[in-house]
Ligand binder design. Structure first.
Ligand code: NI
Length: 139
């Protein structure tokens, strides 16, 4: 059996936050046409899933200590967004419409500088059980 040089590992962290999908530069009718009932303030139990790849460290058996990845996700993202209004309370999201897509891009930008070059592979934001958006390096 040949073994791949790189492996992928993943960590999930949850957070609870409120948002509304509303473009402040547009009127009520246009916002309703674009976003429907999501124009109203409402909350989600989000799940953030991050995938990192790398070579296995023969000494530890780890690609990366998942506790370290968890701590990074908490310090850079979760503590800023948990129990907050994403439209108004997070300075690094200000001026952006907080869709799951926006969050995936913003979360990628928060994590990427703190991880070894090329190791961040995927940031997936589950907004509900049915909806997620993903930022990935392979498309
Ligand atoms: Ni929503």
């Amino acid at each position: 059996m040949t073994s791949p040089g790189r492996l992928r590992i993943s960590r999930r962290e949850g957070f609870n936050a409120a948002h509304q999908l509303r473009d402040p530069t547009l009127g009520e009718d246009e916002n309703h046409r674009l976003y429907g009932k999501c124009v109203n303030l409402h909350g989600h139990n989000y799940v953030l899933e991050v995938v990192v790849s790398g070579a296995i460290d023969q000494a530890t058996g780890y690609v990366m200590d998942l506790k370290r990845l968890s701590d990074l996700m908490r310090a850079e993202i979760i503590q800023h967004v948990d129990h907050r209004n994403l439209n108004t309370d997070v300075d690094w999201l200000s001026g952006r419409i907080p869709t799951a897509e926006t969050l995936a891009l913003a979360f990628w930008a928060r994590l990427q500088p703190h991880l070894p070059k090329g190791s961040l592979r995927r940031v997936r934001v589950h907004e509900t059980d049915k909806n997620w958006a993903e930022c990935s390096d392979d498309d």
